[in-house]
Design a protein around this ligand. Structure first.
Ligand code: ARG
Length: 400
């Protein structure tokens, strides 16, 4: 029997997919679950997959690899899609693609399958990721193929086949979560005019319910990597989780945007990403302190392109890799501390310092000890303004 490796979440869709794939394609199904968010109930997940007919279940905690090899490069790139979304989901998919390929190679499988629908970006990220790494697998997307039209039909199918499904009530939204943030979509959020109800949020409090007293965070970076929080060194995953908790308590990191999907649809997305917003803010601030204007302004342009590449499923592409090298080039200078004040949904940078700081109080001051050569400024103005002299005048020009 040919083997198939399925990206398995334990939800209704992928549970039905196990059985459906066995029936439709006559394959042996091996499930793979990556954990990059909450810690799983391994036993339950395995029981569920087996009840649907899986022959084997891989459950792997990949949070550390996710943080080191996917989040960190995106942090260095200041990657935000369309100016806001820090791309938790878009970063998680290539990691899943990579491990699907690894397991499928190890198991000598012929097929790889996933539970993405035909309307989203995630199918693109997984399939392009898989094909970039190893084009020999045949990819199957049951949700694009099968006959079930409603959730009820899937529940019926699961019951008929003794597939264990969660007893917990299904959220009225479609949710995808990992340590870099959470995406909340569908349900009543599809009405783009209607404000997301408080119950839609998972990680953050509304600003009105945040602590009355502001809190201060001191985030320490070494060579571009966040390494400490309020003086305490900690591994990057712990640091991100801690920032999610504190930031969430202060209502930081909520976003509500109309987003342009790669497949041409505009979608209304609600995101929560406290740690991502805090770390992006802090890293940008520190890099802004240690790098010069020309570099910083150029970087903004390619940051946007980088975010598009990641969003569009091109994580393993040559251009994306080359841009990673660009962003990594000066991270050794991004060393120091950033102080952020959390106050009712706001995260405001209130201090920054670095041994590589280019900020000079002596040059910037309007007070005593000024070392800036004001006389030289006059000559600079003359030459800088030369090409533009008279060009904005409303007076009629002389005939040539
Ligand atoms: N629109 C976001 C993106 O494309 C979030 C997708 C969330 N995925 C999901 N399966 N619910 O990255």
């Amino acid at each position: 029997m040919e083997k198939l490796v399925l990206a398995y979440s334990g939800g209704l869709d992928t549970s039905c997919a196990v059985k459906w794939l066995i029936e439709r394609y006559g394959v042996e199904v091996i499930c793979f679950s990556a954990f990059i968010g909450e810690t799983p109930n391994r036993q339950l997940l395995e029981r569920k997959a087996k009840s649907a007919g899986a022959s084997k279940v891989y459950i792997e905690d990949l949070k550390n690899e996710f943080a080191e090899s996917f989040i960190l490069p995106a942090l260095w790139a200041h990657a935000r899609y369309e100016g806001k979304y820090p791309m938790a989901t878009a970063l998680g998919r290539p990691l899943i693609a990579k491990h699907l390929v690894r397991i499928a190679q190890k198991e000598k499988a012929k097929y790889i399958a996933h539970g993405c629908t035909g309307k989203g970006n995630d199918q693109v990220r997984l399939e392009v990721g898989i094909r970039t790494l190893d084009p020999s697998f045949k990819i199957i997307a049951p949700l694009r193929e099968w006959e079930f039209k409603t959730r009820e039909e899937e529940i019926e199918y699961a019951a008929k086949n003794q597939i264990i499904v969660s007893a917990t009530k299904k959220s009225p939204y479609s949710i995808d979560k990992n340590i870099w943030g959470i995406a909340i979509e569908a349900g009543i959020l599809e009405d783009a005019w209607r404000e997301a109800p408080e119950s839609a949020f998972v990680m953050t409090r509304p600003p009105a319910k945040t602590p009355a007293k502001p809190a201060y965070l001191n985030i320490g970076f070494e060579n571009g990597k966040p390494v400490s929080l309020n003086g305490k060194r900690m591994p990057i995953v712990k640091l991100i989780e801690s920032l999610n908790r504190t930031g969430g308590r202060y209502g930081v990191g909520r976003m509500d945007q109309i987003e342009n999907r790669l497949v041409g649809i505009k979608s209304r997305e609600v995101y929560e990403a406290p740690a991502a917003v805090l770390l992006l803010t802090a890293h940008e601030e520190l890099e802004g302190l240690v790098m010069d204007r020309t570099f910083l302004h150029y970087k903004r342009v390619i940051s946007e392109r980088y975010a598009e590449l990641v969003y569009d499923g091109m994580w393993f592409s040559p251009l994306k890799q080359a841009l990673d090298a660009f962003f990594a080039a000066h991270q050794s200078k991004v060393t120091g501390f950033v102080r952020i004040k959390l106050d009712r949904g706001n995260a405001m940078v209130v201090g920054r310092k670095s041994p590589y700081s280019l900020y000079s109080e002596a040059l910037a001051t309007y007070g005593k000890g000024d070392t800036f050569d004001r006389k030289a400024a006059e000559g600079f103005m003359k030459i800088w303004g030369l090409p533009y002299e008279g060009q904005g005048a409303s007076v009629k020009r002389k005939k040539p």
